[in-house]
Design a binder for this molecule. Sequence first.
Ligand SMILES: *Cc1c(COP(=O)(O)O)cnc(C)c1O
Length: 355
Amino acid sequence: MKKHNFSAGPCILPQEVLEKAAAAVLNFNNDDLSLIEISHRSKSFVAVMDTARSLALELLGLENKGYQALFLHGGASLEFLMVAYNLLNTKAAYLNTGTWSDNAITEAKAFGEVLEVGSSKHKNFNYIPKGYTIPEDVDYFHCTSNNTIFGTQMKTFPETNVSLICDMSSDIFSRQLDFEKFDLIYAGAQKNMGPAGTTLVIVKEEILGKVNRHVPTMLNYQAHIAKESMANTPSVFAVYVSMLNLQWLKEIGGIPFIEEVNNKKAALLYAEIDRNPLFQGIVAKEDRSTMNATFTLTNASQTAAFDTLWKAAGINGLNGHRSVGGYRASMYNALPLHSVQVLVDVMQALESKQD
Ligand SMILES: *Cc1c(COP(=O)(O)O)cnc(C)c1O
């Protein structure tokens, strides 16, 4: 039987998506060829790329609003660099909420002045800084909507005239937001959209082409837009599986539907973390992520007993990140509510073993 997969990334994908992907590897579109041995310029694959790009915009409500969707290589980590390369002239503001934003700041410093307008680094990123100010004269403001490693999530975004850029790698397509507030959104596929190997970039075209430097072709958003995400051979398989997953999401009711499911899963688990005296949360309650819930045992002597129980229950991927410790339950879109119930049952079983 399939395990209850709480892995932080690469993530769980719906079983029907995996089945369709497996079939396409053997025989794509009944063409008697594999998806991964045909030309990316073939009609069949160009249709996949076009569908994936338009579905991404459609699900976010950004169709016909001046945005382009791209599927690029290099992971979200390359976007740390590309964002600054394409958009940073003199000065940019960054909110430092975790390892990934910290890395984004490091990359941006090679291109101009970086103002860290807020940071929770001194508290090992266990909350989202609030009440910070974004100067009007910066080229953009960069933030990370969900901090995969630490388990915090931005619930609101600043009201500002400055261009908003957001790394949404681990919560894109998980909740409704006013996506039009953002000029550029990027997300590595492997957290909540598909397999590793491609990165979704959603960019408002009018913000591009204003930087005073030459941007090399493969790092240039305008070049990728002109080539319709085919400047070189795209990650055919990763784009295809992402497309299948976006189709799955659309069929079940899109972001409004999945957001409700995600809220139910998170409420169920956090309620148990707060109720069960053997467990405690790690981050500020108001900043808790609906995607990645981090927690520890109140008494570390229970570690072996808890680990044995959850592994026996068929749970995978519950260990916390090495920089946080404890446990992390990642509850991406494809994780069923039932899997969270199995985890909660295990937490209660540990409690009842105490007496
Ligand atoms: C995983 C992750 C990254 C890094 O993604 P890669 O695709 O591995 O480069 C960046 N940002 C966030 C929020 C992540 O969760």
